[in-house]
Design a protein around this ligand. Sequence first.
Ligand SMILES: [Fe+2]
Length: 489
Amino acid sequence: MVIKNIDVATVAKKFLVRGYNINPKAAELICSFGEFYEEIISEVCKMADGKFIIGEEDVKAVVEKIKARKSVKPEVREVKKEKSEKKENNGLRVIRDITGISVCEGKVEDFVCYFNSRLEKLSRILRTRMHPVPIAYVGKRKMEKVSVVGMVTNVWERGDRYVVQLEDSTGSLNCVASGKTAEIASELLGDEVVGVTGTLRGNTLIADRIVFPDVPVNGNGEKTKRDFSIIFISDTHFGSKEFLEKEWKLFVKWLNGEVGGEKGQKLAESVKYIVIAGDIVDGIGVYPEQEKDLAIMDIYGQYESAAAHIDDIPKRIRVVISPGNHDAVRQAEPQPALPSEIRKLFSNNVYHVGNPAYIEIEGIKVLIYHGRSIDDMVAKIPRLSYEEPQKVMEELLKRRHLSPMYGGRSPVAPEKEDYLVIDEVPDILHCGHIHTYGTGFYRGVFMVNSSTWQAQTEFQKKVNLNPMPGNVAVYRPGGEVVRLRFYGE
Ligand SMILES: [Fe+2]
């Protein structure tokens, strides 16, 4: 959003509502940063520490801090191969990916930065849809409608109502929700960021409306028909005893135009890209007694098998690989791409990115996320299920966060910036992890959870996980999605 003609008076007012005065020269300095003024004001207030008048030096210090932080942000980079650098970008571009830029040390300060980043990023999105005041200022707006934005720190039932505790950088506030709003409140997750509009009664905000950051109604989504297809798969689990060798070979035959009839061949020929959203191999020691389920006991051997199977895919197709929780990278998200000693096993048509990764395929924005947080979402929200993964993915888009609930089953690394926020609305959100299949559109965004190539393991039988293996989503830009089944047909 570009802000035009931001003036000293507006800046001064913004400080006044936060309880600060600002020296005119300092206000002028903020104006000179144009569209970044909101970010600077918010940081200055955080650092003001009881000061009554904000001076030029305070603003300069904040600007330096923001500059330093932005310098560790990933730059847009072309996808590169290590074995043979390709001059052309082959239609693939990485927009955002943690690989090679993680600065997380896991210190307490890192967690503070991480949650500040989450609050700031999601508040920014919410501010495009409402006009919140800082929580500390709500008391001055008794008897009138007021909106706040904050991080959910607690939610509890009180009779037929729900109380939502919200926190921003200025304070915390209890919001009481009843009726339809209570239904929404009952599904709020700890540490997600929402907006609430209501009226203050005593020290409590009586909520009329709970607002999610959400994606715009008209959404994104590639609307123009194109002459190529993208295939979405995940959870190949090479190295597992239950890896579906026969079905994978059939899939490769189909890609090579050897099966599927004339129509199938035409579709196969149109495939230019395959995206694999994690769990490339089964891994070692991922769950108790996993060794009983393994055909290949050595992690390197598992990746050799993965590379050999992926090598059977026709070389005209570019394959993008993102890791998952079974792969040989750190468990906490965001995860970097597979290490170089493993990457070099794969052919030149294979490109490696982290998890999550925001990539562009011939202009189509694809957000790849393995999907570990789906476990937390299904556990927390009773109406969601593994059988309909697209409904869970819709909730991630609504919350504009890939892992909205902190402290559940999905570990998150406290990077200085929250890379799991869905800053930019993708055309496609691609997940895996739960081994079921589901596709759908939410506000124009195509969502796909792309099955698995592993039959049900003994462990999955014990935890009652019923996979839907061998399903392949073929996405034809412009909206058409073809589901192919290579298992049980
Ligand atoms: Fe998996």
